[in-house]
Design a protein around this ligand. Structure first.
Ligand code: LLP
Length: 398
């Protein structure tokens, strides 16, 4: 940590720090495992849309999972082959459907019978054929936190089994769509991925057989993303357990008729390569609490405020001082005028002072991607480990 604090000295804070070595190692390991278990990986770009990250993952050979028209444009601009781009979303606009369809992307994952009708109508109007999969909502509880559950029948996503007949009836009237297969994404930050995957594969096999019994060939089964990461101890497990996930899929999915198997991990590929580095502005002791006020806010990393999500926080600069125990209890808070602008509550840190650099770990996924300019606060700069000299420096005022 000592080396890190010195390395970061004078860089304008707050900033996202991406460790390209961790990202590279993760990508190569996942590529090798994907080959071993014959699984096609599509990186869920929503986790981190940084163009360097998206390019690195697409250069590794992964396709891209998109959920907006601009993500499709990003994937195309990063040179991702069209057949490796998939596009989900419960509310695609006509323009998004048109752009994705005319580009000929691998699959528009259709989330309702009405959407299927509209995709076909747009394709017929402009004379192209759109590749589609049906996104199925299998009503499976993945036992993750409620905000990131998407495969329950109370969630807005996908087509439920009770709507299959209607979906197929519509499909039979659609001359400008090519049905390619089935898609699922049931949750995020899933810890017991093995159990959930066994159940999901069972449902996927049954659904694929059902569609084939209707005379519709299922070329691809896409099982979505969701593999969780270790936020509590990011040092212990820099690369999440892709092997168990892929092996479980391989053992449980039916590849009948040469079906290809696809997944869409986001968080598990990028969370651990990214940290948010922030500076202590003030240390404020009140009657009830000690606050460390930092220069990053919920606008830079909203997960704690939004979901009550945990991110490990450490003081990088304290490592330069004679060894101090982690014996202070602080709330680490940002500068935004909302009490939810809190990165950590009752956090054990060494005595912290103005100017110290803190590291907020595991911020590579859904960190910068979800940042905003609330109260016109700036977007944090991005610093890559292999281009640290290019980082913008601070102009000293005091
Ligand atoms: N595929 C689809 C269709 C998705 O909607 C998602 C994530 C993924 C794949 C990738 O899931 P992952 O492998 O990253 O779990 N903002 C929340 C997470 C929302 C996830 C939304 N969908 C968070 O910060 O925890």
């Amino acid at each position: 940590m000592k080396k890190t604090a010195q390395k970061f000295a004078n860089i304008r804070t707050p900033f996202y720090y991406y460790d390209m070595e961790i990202l590279n190692n993760t990508a190569s390991m996942v590529r090798d495992l994907a080959q071993k278990y014959r699984i096609d990986v599509h990186y869920a770009a929503k986790a981190n849309e940084d163009p360097r990250i998206v390019s690195l993952l697409s250069d590794t050979g992964f396709g891209i999972d998109c959920v907006s028209g601009d993500e499709v444009k990003l994937a195309l601009s990063c040179g991702v082959p069209v057949n490796k781009i998939v596009f989900s979303g419960v509310g695609k606009s006509d323009e998004e459907i048109f752009n994705a369809g005319i580009a000929g992307i691998g699959s528009i994952n259709v989330e309702s019978v009405q959407e299927l009708y509209i995709v076909n109508a747009i394709a017929a109007n402009y004379g192209f054929v759109a590749n589609v999969c049906v996104r199925i909502n299998p009503n499976i509880d993945a036992h993750t936190f409620r905000y990131v559950t998407s495969g329950l029948n109370t969630n807005k996503f996908g087509v439920s089994e009770s709507e299959f007949d209607e979906f197929v009836a519509m499909l039979r009237n659609c001359t400008n769509v090519r049905f390619r297969g089935i898609h699922f994404h049931i949750a995020s930050q899933v810890i017991d991925m093995k159990k959930v995957t066994v159940e999901l594969c069972k449902r996927a096999n049954a659904a694929a057989d059902w569609f084939e019994s209707q005379g519709l060939k299922v070329e691809m089964i896409n099982l979505g993303g969701g593999l969780g990461v270790n936020y509590e101890n990011p040092y212990e497990c820099k690369i999440p357990d892709f092997e168990t996930w892929f092996k479980t899929i391989d053992e449980n999915i039916s590849r009948k008729g040469d079906r290809t198997i696809h997944v869409e991990p986001g968080r598990a590929l990028v969370a651990q390569c990214g940290d948010l580095i922030t500076k202590v502005l003030f240390v404020k002791d009140t009657e009830a609490k000690s606050f460390v006020v930092v220069d990053a806010g919920m606008n830079n990393l909203v997960r704690p405020a939004f979901y009550g999500a945990f991110h490990k926080v450490e003081n990088l600069t304290a490592a330069d001082r004679p060894s101090l125990p982690c014996n202070r209890i602080y709330d680490v808070v940002g500068p935004v005028c909302e009490s939810s602008d809190t990165f950590a509550k009752n956090c054990q840190l060494p005595l912290s002072v103005r100017g110290d650099l803190l590291i907020i770990h595991s911020a590579g996924a859904y960190g910068q991607a979800m940042s905003m300019r609330y109260t016109l606060r700036p977007i944090a700069q991005v610093v890559y480990s292999d281009r640290i000299d290019e980082a913008e420096k601070e102009t000293p005022i005091l």
